[in-house]
Design a protein around this ligand. Structure first.
Ligand code: HEC
Length: 117
């Protein structure tokens, strides 16, 4: 009888231990995401990439390889950062203007992100 109780306690402890370690794993995942969000350089690039995916990818391609719009991979060889900024903000030809939907900071981050690709 005593032996059986010890065995039960061991099983319960093991189950508890598994539960705790599963929760710990989940928290570790959340913890590793925190530093990314607070690191300024990373978050600016991540935000710029998100802005690109939401607004530009349909015409310029997922890898900036172009599509309806021209390839943007080597656009820094054709346009200065100022010119890039102006094209995005004011549009050009078939390219829509984004000055109404994106802030200057978002456009600037986008210019830097595009030039870093
Ligand atoms: C509706 C399709 C469309 C969308 C959406 C779009 N573009 Fe364009 N983009 C174009 C077209 C078309 C051109 C070529 C314009 C021209 O002929 O003068 C262009 C040109 C450009 C250029 C100049 C390229 C060069 O070689 O001179 C840049 C830079 C650019 N787009 C960036 C962006 C960014 C950044 C976004 C998202 C904020 C975006 N575009 C969204 C269609 C689009």
């Amino acid at each position: 009888m005593v032996k059986r109780k010890v065995w039960l306690a061991a099983v319960l402890l093991a189950a508890l231990g598994l539960g705790v370690s599963a929760c710990g794993g989940g928290n570790d995942g959340a913890d590793t995401r925190e530093p990314d969000n607070t690191a300024p350089a990373d978050s600016t690039a991540a935000q710029a990439e998100a802005v690109y995916k939401a607004n530009c990818v349909s015409c310029h391609g997922a890898d900036l390889g172009g599509g309806f719009g021209p390839e943007l991979k080597n656009v820094d060889q054709r346009l200065s950062a100022d010119e890039l900024f102006t094209v995005i903000k004011e549009g050009r030809g078939q390219m829509p203007a984004f000055g109404g939907s994106l802030s200057d900071e978002e456009i600037q981050a986008l210019v830097e992100w595009i030039n870093a690709q």
